[in-house]
Design a protein around this ligand. Structure first.
Ligand SMILES: [Zn+2]
Length: 277
């Protein structure tokens, strides 16, 4: 069934497990992610990054599949950076969106997020925003300690905006890490104490199973995944080529999607979201 993120994340927070937010961008990734969630009896967040597909076209594909799913599925806009992205997500029928103004000054971030929250909550959509800034893995060696979320600001930000969940910067990074991930668990613990809404971790790929499980114990409820799923799919395809098995596009696509789905299922077990619904 199609749901927003609010109750899912509140349950995850209460019972200390994590829900994977899988980037999906076409019908095969949508179907593979939903089938995996159904097999695992796990809730699922399908997240569209706007550069990966047209928001309206993705909604037309993802929403009917999510509605028919036997487990709760959120259709969520990942990193909505333009006002137009949020409007399109509303029109397409998404149930959740992220308003990413994390590179703006604090007051501007608050003002722009609050405006979208007003619209979204009218339509029972959940809203995620980011404070501090999760950067790029390719720059990790020099930027890893930049933009960490300040607990005092986070507390004020959540109260001022009315968001449903907060993405925090505690040492993870988007894409592949140049260097070893160093997660600031003391900061995460402090954030979890002062922020009343569920916490979200971006850049989970490559962060390591132990770090991710520990992050869940420290209050993370939503874990964003793209690179690890993508690379798992690509690795299966690569094996197919080596073994000479992929003879056409359909076989190649099925192989990639199977790798993507297997990795997602692996993370559902790791995060403890299986057998929850
Ligand atoms: Zn992100």
């Amino acid at each position: 069934m199609l749901v927003n993120m609010k109750t899912l994340l509140q349950d995850a927070k209460k019972n200390q497990y994590g829900i994977p937010a899988a980037n999906a961008w076409n019908e095969s990734t949508v179907k593979a992610a939903i089938a995996t969630a159904e097999a695992q009896r796990s809730p699922l967040i399908l997240a569209l990054y706007p550069a990966m597909a047209d928001i309206l076209e993705f909604g037309a594909i993802a929403i009917p599949h999510a509605s028919r799913a036997q487990v709760p599925v959120v259709v969520h806009l990942d990193h909505g950076q333009e006002f137009a992205d949020a409007v399109k997500a509303v029109r397409a029928g998404f149930t959740s969106l992220m308003v990413d103004r994390s590179t703006c000054p604090f007051e501007q971030n608050v003002a722009e997020v609050r405006e979208i929250v007003k619209i979204a909550h009218t339509l029972d959509m959940s809203v995620e925003a980011e404070l501090g800034h999760v950067g790029k893995g390719s720059e990790y060696h020099r930027t890893k300690n930049d933009g960490l979320t300040d607990p005092g600001e986070a507390e004020r930000f959540v109260a001022a905006t009315g968001i449903d969940c907060l993405a925090v910067a505690v040492g993870t990074s988007h894409g592949m890490y140049a260097g070893t991930p160093e997660i600031h668990f003391d900061l995460l613990a402090r954030l979890n104490q002062v922020v009343p809404v569920p916490l979200v971790l971006h850049g989970c790929s490559g962060t390591g199973d132990d770090n991710l499980q520990k992050a869940i114990q420290y209050g993370i409820t939503k874990l964003n995944l793209y690179t690890d799923l993508d690379q798992a799919g690509y690795a299966v395809l690569d094996q197919f080529f080596i073994q000479g098995k992929a003879a056409n596009m359909l076989q190649a696509e099925a192989a990639m999607t199977a790798g993507y789905a297997a990795k997602l299922g692996y993370y559902m077990e790791l995060f403890g979201s299986q057998q929850r619904v």
